[in-house]
Design a protein around this ligand. Structure first.
Ligand SMILES: [Zn+2]
Length: 93
């Protein structure tokens, strides 16, 4: 009885024997630009581009944006263009 309880606790929501808590099951991120075909990146649209940079003005990595390789390249280009025309800052302070 007591044994059974303990076992249940250790095996919560997973039956894999090689369970490693460092690699928890994560929801697969879907590329925001692939998900919405009508969404077109515009480097003049500061509101849109700002989503892809952190508060320091750095471009977020793919693991944060969830973008696919193709769209991450587009994002990078858009951010760099936006910086060039002073829509976005190169750096904060
Ligand atoms: Zn994509």
């Amino acid at each position: 009885m007591a044994d059974n309880k303990k076992n249940k606790r250790n095996n919560r929501n997973n039956n894999d024997s090689d369970y490693n808590p460092r690699f928890r099951k994560m929801r697969k991120k879907v590329c925001p630009l692939c998900a919405d075909k009508n969404l077109v990146l515009d480097y003049k649209n500061a509101e849109q581009i700002r989503k892809f940079v952190n508060d320091k003005g750095k471009i977020l990595p793919r693991r944060a944006t969830g973008a696919c390789a193709k769209h991450q390249r587009d994002i990078t280009l858009a951010v760099k263009r936006a910086r060039q025309i002073a829509v976005l800052p190169y750096t904060a302070e």
